[in-house]
Design a protein around this ligand. Structure first.
Ligand code: ATP
Ligand code: MG
Length: 172
């Protein structure tokens, strides 16, 4: 599975609906001047994938809405287009579009244009390997530093957890 494309509209510094360049299944590099929106772009990905597990308050959503010379836009969306040819999303389609739309009083998800509720979203993401307890599928700058500074054993435990090989510690 890989991300094929991302479309942002009204999200932080991205005012008008703008599809990204198509991504390679291998390595992609995002470059741009300071303040041009690179971090916002990665925030947009986390907003759809990680933050699905978190409840956002109206004022937190408001901060994500694009604010320009005039008033903030009333709503924003981020859509991630996945290549699902390996079937990691349990959906019988090779391409899957997951969109999150927010407004001050709105926070909803669409899967291929069809509205789905929050628990359907978290089930879908968990079955594809994204989870609340293991947010390491996006490794941010600070995390790389703290991972490299960890004790060997702690890092091994973390890698086991990421790889899904850590045995569940269940009591007798
Ligand atoms: P750097 O190279 O310095 O890390 P960057 O490319 O990562 O820069 P971002 O942090 O993604 O840049 O973008 C910062 C810009 O986004 C700032 O100019 C900020 O004003 C703008 N921005 C953030 N939130 C909003 C918003 N809600 N509405 C409009 N612009 C916003
Ligand atoms: Mg940045």
């Amino acid at each position: 599975m890989h991300i094929k494309q991302i479309e942002l509209s009204g999200f932080k510094s991205y005012k008008d609906a703008a599809p990204s360049e198509p991504f390679s299944p291998r390595i992609n590099v995002v470059v741009g001047a300071n303040g041009s929106g690179k971090s916002n772009f990665f925030h947009a990905i986390r907003f759809v994938l990680n933050d699905a597990f978190v409840n956002m308050r109206a004022d937190e959503r408001q901060q994500l809405l694009h604010e320009g010379a005039g008033a903030a836009v009333p709503q924003a969306y981020v859509e991630i287009v996945f290549d699902n040819s390996d079937g990691r999303f349990p959906v019988d389609r090779e391409e899957v579009r997951l969109r999150r739309t927010i407004g001050r009083n709105k926070d909803e998800y669409h899967l291929d244009r069809k509205h789905i509720n929050k628990s359907e979203v978290t089930n879908l993401l968990e079955s594809a390997g994204f989870s609340r307890s293991n947010p390491y599928y996006i490794v941010q700058q600070g995390k790389i530093m703290s991972m490299s500074a960890m004790k060997d054993n702690d890092r091994l435990e973390l890698l086991k957890e990421i790889g899904g090989t850590k045995a569940g510690a269940r009591g007798p």
